[in-house]
Design a protein around this ligand. Structure first.
Ligand SMILES: [Zn+2]
Length: 663
C-alpha cells in the first residue's frame, strides 16, 4: 500500500547461526549483540565484513584452469552469504533508538554499497563468472548465472575504466542524496495544532483523548496521525490543512534533494546507454519499458473511470453542503461513503475490534501456510518494545521474525519490511523485521488499530512471510523475485486476508464487550481499500505517473509543474489552495524510484492469483499451493513462470477490474 515506504526491501544481515564459509574463511561469524549496539561496534562490524570479503574475492580470481560451478560460482555465492551477514546495518540506520548508532549504520550502509558497486564493476570477476561451464548444471543454477551476468552488463562492467569510475562515483552520490532525503523527512516532525475538539469532530474519542496538548490547550497532531485526520475529520478546513502539511513534509529541503537525485540518476542512465533512468530501471522487470508502463497506467485510468464517476456522485451526500469537492476531501469520501447517514467512518468504527489483530495474523500464518510463530523473549533486540519470534515450519526452526511496531522519536513514520538476512537451504536461517509506527505507548491508550493500520500490518506481514519462505540452495536464488514489479504481490495478497469478511469475523472482537464484528462494518472495511475505490486508485495512479515522469523528464524539467499537471489530469476535485511539493514527502522516490506503478501492477496480479481461492481465502489447500508456486521460488525462476504455475495461464486485468464494480 501507499503506507509501505519500502525503502528497506533491498536491505538485509546477522545470524546467531554459525555459517560455514567457502575457502579461506571457514569459521564462525560473530553474532551482532543487537541489545548492546554502539557506534564503534557497528563500524567494526562493517569494517570486518568488508575486510573479510576481499580475500574471498581474490580467491575466486586466482582460480587456474577450467572454471566450474564449484570452483567459481560456489565461492562467489559464499562471498555473498558472508557479506549479507552485516546487512542489518541498513535496518539499524532507520530504526535504532540511538541517533549515533543510526549515523554509524548509515555510514556503514554507504561503505557496503560502495564495496558492492565495485564488485559489480569488476571486469575480472565478470570474466571469471562468464567463463563457467554450466552444461551439466541444473536449471536453477543456469538461470542464476545467466541473470547474474546480465546484471553485471546492465551495470556497466564492460565499459572502460573512466566510465566505470564515473558510475561508481554517481552511485555513491545517489546513496548520499537518498540518505539526506530520508533524514530531512525524519527531522520534519512538527505537529499540526488544532484549536479544539470541534476542529477534530469525527475522530474517535479514545484517539482524541491520547493526543498531546499544547500550552493553550490546543491539540497537537503528529505527522504520523494526519492521514487519520484526513480520513475522519468532518471539518473540511482541518482536512485541507492536514493534506497540505502531509504533502509539504520535507519541503523545501527535499525539493532540492530530489532535483539533484534525479540529475544524478539521469547522468548514470545516459552513461550506461539508456535514454532515461526509467528505461534503465525497467530493463529486466516484468513491464520491461516505460512505454509498457504508460500503456498499463492508461488502461488503469480508463478502467477506473466508472468507479470515479460513482464516487463523485456520492460525494455530496457524504460531504453535505460545503462547496465544490476538494482533493483533500477524497479520503474522507472514500471512508464514509457507506455510512453517509450516520457520519461514522469505517476506519473510526472498526478500530475498537482489533486489539487481537497481531495474534490473529500469526494464527493465520499457521492455518494457511503451516508456519508457527513462537514468542522468543530470550533473543536480543535493538529496543525493548521489539518482539522477537522463532518461526517453525513442520516443527523445524525455519527463521527468526521481529515485529518493531511501536512509535519512537527518530523512527521514520513509514512502514517497511526488511530482510535482515536471506536464508540459504541448510546453511543460513532467514531473518526479517517489520518496521511500523503503530503502537503509541501513551497512558490510557488501549492500543487499538484503524482499518488502514490493520491492512498495513497484514501487508507488511505478507512481505515478511515471503522473506522467510524464499529460501533456496543458492544465496543468489533466495530472496525477493528478480522482477521488482512483482515484489508487492505477496504483501497485497496477504492484505486481502485482513479485509476478507470470513477472516475478519474469525478474529475481530470488540476490545471491551467481546462482541463480534457486525456485517455492516465488514462491508465498510472493504470500501476503504485504496486499490478498490475510484478515488483511491486515482491517488495511486497520480503517484505512479509522478514517479515515472520524474525519471523521464529532460534535464532541467521543472518538478513542480510536472507534478501539478499530472495531479490535475488524474485526481478529480479542487487542488490545494497553497502550492505543495508532493515529491518532497514521496518516500518511494528512494527505493522504488520510477517504479511506483509496481503497487497497481502487483495488485492486478494479486487479485488474479486470489481468484484461484474459489473455496474461500481460508482454504489451506490452495494456500499451500500458493506458498509453493509464488512464495518459495524466490529468485530461482522468472515471475511470469511462477504466475503460470499457479494460475495455469498468464495474468490478466479482469479480476482486478471486476473488483472495482460496486457491490
Ligand atoms: Zn509493500
Amino acid at each position: 500500500m501507499a503506507s509501505s515506504a519500502n525503502i528497506l526491501r533491498t536491505v538485509t544481515l546477522s545470524s546467531c547461526l554459525s555459517v560455514l564459509l567457502g575457502g579461506a574463511l571457514r569459521g564462525q561469524e560473530v553474532e551482532p549483540r543487537l541489545d548492546r549496539l554502539t557506534p564503534a561496534y557497528v563500524r567494526d562490524l562493517v569494517d570486518r565484513s568488508i575486510a573479510e570479503a576481499t580475500p574471498l574475492l581474490e580467491q575466486i580470481l586466482a582460480v587456474r584452469g577450467t572454471r566450474t560451478v564449484e570452483n567459481t560460482l560456489r565461492p562467489y555465492d559464499d562471498l555473498l552469504i558472508h557479506f549479507n551477514a552485516v546487512q542489518i546495518v541498513g535496518l539499524l540506520a532507520v530504526v535504532h533508538p540511538d541517533s549515533a548508532v543510526r549515523a554509524a549504520a548509515a555510514e556503514g550502509t554507504r561503505r557496503r554499497g560502495a564495496f558492492q558497486a565495485a564488485r559489480r564493476l569488476n571486469p575480472q570477476l565478470y570474466r571469471a563468472l562468464a567463463a563457467i561451464d554450466t552444461a551439466a548444471a541444473d536449471a536453477e543454477t543456469r538461470y542464476y548465472l545467466a541473470r547474474l551476468l546480465a546484471e553485471f552488463r546492465r551495470d556497466g562492467v564492460d565499459r572502460n575504466d573512466s566510465v566505470r569510475a564515473t558510475i561508481a562515483a554517481l552511485r555513491d552520490e545517489q546513496r548520499r542524496l537518498e540518505q539526506r532525503f530520508n533524514e530531512n523527512l525524519r527531522l520534519d516532525t512538527a505537529s499540526l495544532a488544532f484549536g479544539d475538539t470541534a476542529e477534530l469532530a469525527g475522530l474517535p474519542p479514545d484517539w482524541l483523548q491520547t493526543q498531546p496538548r499544547g500550552p493553550a490547550g490546543e491539540i497537537r497532531v503528529g505527522v504520523g496521525d494526519l492521514r487519520f485526520v484526513l480520513q475522519n475529520a468532518r471539518n473540511p478546513e482541518s482536512r485541507e490543512r492536514a493534506a497540505i502539511r502531509l504533502q509539504n513534509r520535507g519541503a523545501p529541503a527535499n525539493h532540492f534533494v530530489v532535483d539533484s537525485l534525479l540529475r544524478a540518476r539521469d547522468r548514470m542512465a545516459t552513461l550506461l546507454g539508456y535514454p532515461t533512468w526509467a528505461a534503465y530501471q525497467f530493463d529486466g522487470m516484468m513491464a520491461g519499458s516505460p512505454r509498457q508502463v504508460e500503456r498499463f497506467l492508461d488502461e488503469i485510468q480508463r478502467l477506473s473511470e466508472p468507479a470515479v464517476t460513482r464516487d463523485l456522485a456520492r460525494a455530496p451526500a457524504v460531504l453535505g453542503e460545503h462547496g465544490p469537492l476538494r482533493m483533500s476531501d477524497q479520503q474522507y469520501v472514500a471512508y464514509h461513503k457507506g455510512n453517509a447517514q450516520s457520519g461514522a467512518s469505517s476506519s473510526a468504527l472498526v478500530r475498537e475490534y482489533f486489539e487481537r489483530v497481531r495474534d490473529a495474523m500469526l494464527h493465520l500464518a499457521d492455518t494457511l501456510f503451516g508456519l508457527e510463530f513462537r514468542a522468543a523473549p530470550d533473543l536480543p533486540v535493538w529496543h525493548p518494545t521489539v518482539e522477537a519470534y522463532r518461526v517453525f515450519d513442520a516443527g523445524r526452526l525455519a527463521g527468526i521474525a521481529y515485529l518493531d511496531t511501536h512509535r519512537r522519536t527518530g523512527k521514520l513514520p513509514a512502514s517497511s519490511t526488511a530482510a535482515i538476512r536471506w536464508g540459504v537451504s541448510s546453511r543460513v536461517l532467514p531473518r526479517a523485521a517489520i518496521n511500523m509506527s503503530l503502537v503509541r505507548d501513551r497512558p490510557g491508550d488501549p492500543g487499538l488499530l484503524g482499518s488502514e493500520e490493520v491492512a498495513g500490518l497484514f501487508h507488511e506481514f505478507g512481505h515478511l512471510l515471503e522473506d522467510l519462505l524464499a529460501v533456496r540452495p543458492w544465496f543468489g536464488t533466495s530472496g525477493l523475485p528478480v522482477e521488482f514489479d512483482f515484489r508487492e504481490v505477496p504483501s497485497i495478497v496477504f492484505e486481502r486476508w485482513g479485509r476478507d469478511p470470513a477472516v475478519l469475523r474469525s478474529f475481530a472482537r470488540h476490545y471491551r464487550t467481546g462482541e463480534a464484528l457486525p456485517d455492516s462494518l465488514v462491508a465498510a472495511l472493504r470500501q476503504a481499500d485504496e486499490l478498490r475505490s475510484g478515488f483511491g486508485i486515482r491517488g495511486l495512479l497520480f503517484r505512479a505517473r509522478l514517479s515515472l515522469a520524474l525519471h523521464e523528464r529532460s534535464p532541467g524539467g521543472d518538478i513542480d509543474s510536472i507534478a501539478r499537471a499530472l495531479r490535475d489530469a488524474t485526481i478529480p476535485g479542487e487542488p490545494p489552495r497553497v502550492s505543495t511539493h508532493p515529491e518532497a514527502s514521496f518516500t518511494h522516490l528512494v527505493g522504488y524510484e520510477a517504479a511506483y506503478y509496481t503497487y497497481i501492477w502487483s495488485a492486478v496480479i494479486a487479485d488474479d492469483l486470489l481468484s484461484r481461492f474459489t473455496a474461500g481465502l481460508l482454504d489451506p489447500v490452495t494456500a499451500r499451493a500458493y506458498r509453493r508456486a509464488v512464495l518459495e521460488p524466490g529468485r530461482s525462476a522468472p515471475a511470469g513462470q511462477q504466475i503460470e504455475r499457479f494460475l495455469g495461464r498468464p495474468f490478466s486485468l479482469s479480476a482486478w477490474a471486476h473488483s472495482l464494480d460496486d457491490p
